[in-house]
Design a protein around this ligand. Structure first.
Ligand code: ATP
Ligand code: LTN
Length: 335
């Protein structure tokens, strides 16, 4: 029998299979997934339904979904203890999304900054899916009665709309969905581009020197950190406007656990050369085990498929309970 007092709180997050994650995705989101994976009941997934808003080539989508899944396992998430799944394998996500579409106002969806940014970036394909994207994300979260959602700061607005939709539905039909809280780490919340440190590091940046991919080899990582844009002051300390140095300090702090004061002391009297070498080495040490485990897992397709099936089954079990509850409340005829 399950003892309610001992029931762990639920954590859920998904990532789109739109390319190899960057150091920003890793420090902003994935590293926290791993850190939370022991103390909570965790659901982690590959958001393949979300990724078709930019119409990927079908073969690319299949390959990237498998790669992203392997990467999640390479983080050290245990697929038997946690639920690690692919979103399209759990039909409840799309089913609840349709229902919640009808409880989301056009005006509130129009205010989403990601929708505005992505519509500007792809003016030739501003589809309804892109507009309804946050409602699908709300369904992902609400289906599992989630307590915490580990995300980077750019997704905070989507968490707010999720809470608004849930609150509206609960207000109309009685308590159906738990209201989730975002979990945003302090230092990794927004890792900036290495070339333009006022912009977020993004895997879709056209300049590969702007980001570190989590699968870059040591040599590439060192080169990219060495060519990161800083300033002419050559002194390592945090200050508004020293965007490049602030960003490298944030990265170094996330990888080593050192505070700003400790970092300033460590590099007192030294220049950016020594600092960048230390940051590069810390990033290499952080990513090396992930890369090695990924390379091992990606060649074992049978194991990945087996884990995906287990994940789909476990996720469906929880998701369908909430879906059925919501359908009943709306008034769909039960047979
Ligand atoms: P794209 O660049 O293709 O638009 P993305 O790099 O923003 O995508 P997502 O798949 O949208 O990546 O994000 C996955 C997770 O990583 C989200 O929780 C997001 O908040 C987080 N994240 C993305 N970029 C950063 C960053 N630069 N710093 C910290 N967290 C980030
Ligand atoms: N929209 C997110 C990915 C995402 C997600 C989710 C994150 C899809 N569903 C549910 C947290 C919870 C993004 O673009 N990073």
């Amino acid at each position: 029998m399950e003892n309610n007092q001992e029931k762990k709180q639920t954590v859920l997050s998904l990532i789109q299979p739109t390319g190899t994650p960057t150091l920003g995705n890793y420090l902003g989101a994935l590293k926290n997934w791993k850190n939370m994976s022991d103390g909570y009941d965790c659901f982690f997934g590959v958001a393949d339904l979300h990724s078709i808003t930019v119409r990927p080539n079908p073969a690319d989508l299949r390959r990237r979904t498998t790669e992203m899944y392997a990467l999640l396992l390479a983080l050290g998430l245990d697929p038997h203890k946690n639920t690690v799944f692919v979103q399209s394998h759990v039909p409840a996500h799309a089913q609840l999304a349709w229902i919640l579409d009808c409880y989301t106002q056009f005006g509130e969806a129009s205010r989403m900054t990601q929708f505005k940014d992505k519509s500007e970036k792809h003016p030739d394909n501003v589809n309804v899916g892109l507009f309804a994207y946050p409602v699908l994300m709300a369904s992902d979260i609400l289906l599992y009665q989630t307590d915490f959602v580990p995300i980077g700061i750019d997704q905070k607005q989507h968490l707010e709309i999720t809470r608004n939709i849930a609150d509206r539905f609960n207000g109309l039909y009685g308590n159906t969905f738990k209201l989730p809280e975002p979990f945003i780490g302090k230092s990794g919340a927004k890792i900036m581009s290495l070339q333009e440190p006022t912009k977020k590091m993004s895997k879709s940046d056209t300049n590969p020197k702007a980001y570190i991919s989590v699968l870059d080899d040591d040599n590439t990582i060192m080169k990219k950190i060495k060519s990161a844009v800083t300033d002419s002051e050559a002194r390592v300390y945090r200050k508004d406007g020293k965007d490049g140095v602030n960003n490298l300090m944030g990265i170094y702090s996330c990888c080593t656990g050192k505070t700003d004061e400790e970092i300033e002391k460590e590099f007192d009297g030294k220049g950016y050369g020594d600092f960048k070498t230390a940051v590069g080495e810390a990033v290499c040490d952080e990513l090396r085990p992930l890369r090695e485990e990924y390379n091992r897992l990606i060649s074992d397709k049978a194991y990945l498929t087996e884990c995906m099936k287990e994940g789909a089954e476990k996720a469906s079990y929880t998701a369908e309970r909430t879906l059925r509850k919501a359908m009943k409340k709306v008034g769909f005829l039960q047979i």
